[in-house]
Each structure stands twice: as C-alpha cells, then as structure tokens.
Ligand binder design. Structure first.
Ligand code: FES
Ligand code: FES
Length: 273
C-alpha cells in the first residue's frame, strides 16, 4: 500500500474539477508546477475536494460543512443546571454569560440582549427564585441552579397570570423588553412576600402586604422600556399583586334632561338659549 504523503503531485493526474479550481485560483504555468510540487497529493486532494464540495453545497442552499467537527470550546467548563424544569448539561467557555448560554446553546431566545451591560433588564431571568441579569451572570456559576426564563413560565398552552395580564393591559409595544419585564414582575412579588425591602420601603419596616404604586414602580425600575409602556405595565403587575381589576373605568358625564338643569348645576355659564 503506497504512502499517500510520499506521492509527488503531477499536473497530468489532475481531475477536471481540480484543474478548473486551479484555473479559478489563477495558478497557471510555472507557478502551478511549483505549487503542485510543494503540496502533498493527499493534502491537495482534501483541499480541492473540500472547496468544490462547499461550493456545490452553497449553490444548492445546503449547509456547506455538515460534517465539520464542532469548534472546540476555549476554557471549557461543564455545568449542570435546571432550565425551565429540565436538567441540562452544558459545556461552556468559562467566560460565557448565562444569557449567551441560554440563547446560543439552548435556543431559548426569549431572554433579550438589550445593553449587555446590566443596565436595561431585557435579559432578566429567575435563578433560584431571584431575579438576575443573565448578561452579568456567568453560566459557569449556575451549577445546580433552577433557572426560569420567559419560556418556562407558561404551563403548556396556559399562560402565566402575569403574561395574561400583560396582554390584557396591552403592557408593551415592540415587546423587546417584555420577557425581562414579566420575569422581573413575577419574581418581585415573591421577593416582597419574603419581606425584602426596596429603596422606597419605609426604613425598619417590612414591605406592606399591599405594595403601593411607588413600591411597584421602584421594584420594576431595573427594567427599561424604550416604548414607554410603563403605565400599563404597572396596571398589569398591580392586578396580579392585588387580585383586583385595575382596568380603566371611564365616567362619562351623565346626560342632562334639559339645559335648565345644566344651568342649575352651574354647568352652563354663558350659553345663549
Ligand atoms: S442586556 Fe442585560 S441588562 Fe441589558
Ligand atoms: S415594549 Fe418596546 S421596549 Fe418595552
């Protein structure tokens, strides 16, 4: 059996595809002979066939390198965690954030990358019951944690009450911040129940059982909404917190029987009858 690496490539043995590839690469004449003399037959064949296969695959709209070896993960760390109730094992770069791991490794793209600097809240997820900014959390630090993302809040086709309330109150426009807003809202109610104070909680006192609007606003203040859907977000969170409808109630002026009655009530001042 001949050793392919000892084989000196000969211009005469080129296949038509290899010929045309060299033509396309602009390797002709003397430079072609020099080139062929320098590469091993095996090396050149792999190179040529790979290029040809890639071109054909691209032309056919296929994945050009379906059998390519996965790119090695730098600084690989294994981490086992529960994501939305499912045991998950990941091998991640030790520098990978939880947000990138969720989006890129697990295809959970509900959590959004807004600023990637811990300033907008779009990436908020719930880890062991607490809100965390997944863009500032290293995936490698989540060993053994229960992580809930927006995808894990609904029970099958049944939305989480907070999700339903956001829809009911139209608490979004573009929706980019919404997954983070909802995760934050769900977790903040639990945090308040557990007695965690906020910046506006009266000093030395536990949070009131019924959080005031200012408390809710403050506790949601880490979640920025560029569309400005804040009034409706507040209504949605408040309804879930209090269990009471917070929908707008419109009070139309009651119809007056006649102008005299309106005059008597001082409603008509300068009207000419
Ligand atoms: S993307 Fe994480 S806080 Fe903005
Ligand atoms: S709904 Fe658009 S950013 Fe909040």
């Amino acid at each position: 059996m001949s050793d392919q690496n000892d084989y000196v490539f000969d211009e005469e043995t080129l296949t038509p595809d290899e010929e045309s590839l060299l033509d396309e690469l602009g390797i002709h004449g003397e430079s072609r002979r020099r080139f062929l003399g320098q590469v091993s037959a095996a090396g050149f064949s792999v190179f040529a066939l790979q290029l040809i296969a890639e071109r054909q695959a691209l032309a056919a709209g296929l994945d050009p390198v379906p059998n390519a070896a996965p790119t090695a993960v730098e600084n690989a760390v294994k981490v086992a965690l529960n994501v939305n109730g499912k045991k998950t094992e990941l091998t991640v770069d030790s520098r990978m954030t939880l947000l990138d791991a969720l989006r890129e490794k697990l295809d959970l793209t509900g959590s959004k990358k807004g600023c990637d600097h811990g300033q907008c809240g779009a990436c908020t997820v719930i880890a062991d019951g607490r809100r965390v900014l997944s863009c500032l959390t290293l995936a490698a630090t989540c060993e053994g944690k229960d992580v809930t993302t927006i995808e894990g809040l609904a029970a099958g086709d049944e939305l989480h009450p907070m999700q339903a309330a956001f829809i009911k109150y139209d608490a979004f426009q573009c929706g980019y911040c919404t997954p983070g807003q909802i995760c934050s809202a769900v977790a903040l109610l639990e945090e308040a129940k557990a007695g965690e104070a906020s910046f506006v909680t009266e000093a030395g006192r536990p949070p009131a059982a019924k959080l005031a609007d200012d408390e809710l606003r403050e506790r949601m203040s880490g979640n920025i909404c560029r569309c400005g859907a804040y009034p409706n977000i507040l209504k949605a969170v408040k309804e879930i917190h209090t269990g009471e409808e917070t929908a707008e109630t419109w009070n139309f002026a009651k119809p007056f029987d006649n102008l005299a009655e309106r005059s008597n009530e001082g409603e008509v001042a300068d009207e000419t009858v």
